[in-house]
Design a protein around this ligand. Sequence first.
Ligand code: C5P
Length: 422
Amino acid sequence: MNEGLGPLAGRRIVVGVSGSIAAYKAVSLVRMLGDRGAVVDVAMTAAATRFVGPLTFESLTHRPVLDDVFELDAEQQIAHIELAEAADAIVLAPATANLIGELAAGLVGDAVTAIACASRAPVIVAPAMDAGMWTHPATQRNVATLRDFGYILVEPEVGELASGLTGIGRLAEPPTIVAAVEHLFARAGDLEGLHVVVSAGGTREPLDPVRFIGNRSSGKMGAALAEAARDRGAAVTLIAGVMSVTPPRGVTVIEATTAHAMRESVLRAAPNADILVMAAAVADFAPARASQRKIKRSGDTLQIELVPNPDIVAEVGEMPDEVRPFLIGFAAESNDLEANAAAKLRDKGLDLIVGNVVGGPFDAIGSDENKVTVFAAEGALTDWPMLPKRQVAERLWDLIADRYRHSRGATESTTSPRRRRS
Ligand code: C5P
């Protein structure tokens, strides 16, 4: 079956196979990609060739397998660099702990690492390994490094492993990996030409030179949104409060750690933005006065007077239409999510609001996962499960990009941004 017209038609995809028992699943993966019209080249590590013979892949792709850069003659050496340049995507499946470690460290000892390193194409990594290896801090650190490079992870699944034990580490099924590749091409560039501003992290409202009132926000959700927008082609500005994660590469970072600093940065950036996502946890109150000197202990109780902070997103919501960006807020609620989110959507003049529950078993703050519901004026739009924040970010951009285009589509071209000042 060659569907021909799907998102993979004519795409050059390199599948890098490393030495895991799951290498046999790469055979179905390569076949499925080929069935969807992709031109697939396979690169194998030496260990992979002990699990599956290169001939199996060559029979499917009708193309030579690259399995040892050092045995290639000069012409083939160039061919393999050309392949890295020609690739539209690289899919590493299965990716062993060793391959992930080599890539994280920049070690380029074989055809798979050489192509992944030489190429500027997006890289999808589908790990497969024993549960102990997957959860080992070294692997998790290396995976985090690959995410920092912008690699897309197709998370391993829970199931029976080669050891016979059940745990996390099983290679995602080929259809899941194919879906990740299709998603990459389906959405690639859908934010091209747009300037997206994302605020992330928490604010700290100073009490004295060493103390502050803050919150538990990690900035992970905002960082994931900024990263996903970057990958979809947007020019991204991240207005960063206090974050426990490193901001993604390739985005402009503006630090703003108090509500007032964040207000200044957001109000300055908003008129040049097409879309503003206020994911930051901005303190609603700040101490009326910050002491210049460290407050000394005394036997007495200490009264702190708190004054309300400006509601930044509500100020943007009131901007005139010509400068007001498409506006998305967050609502972290411990109870009555729907009613509170709906009230905030209205009161703050938002286009969409992303509601999540804080406290209790679904606590989103600081977590790597999040369960959100998106609301528009007409009510709840989504019913998503608990998902890794990067996946939440992708789904949010699918929805935001669609709504943004509709909101702008009535008056002007859907492909050009609403305004461009700079
Ligand atoms: O009212 P509440 O703080 O729950 O509203 C949350 C939403 O409003 C978030 O999008 C947050 O970034 C934004 N916010 C703001 N300025 C504040 C407080 C919250 O922009 N002072």
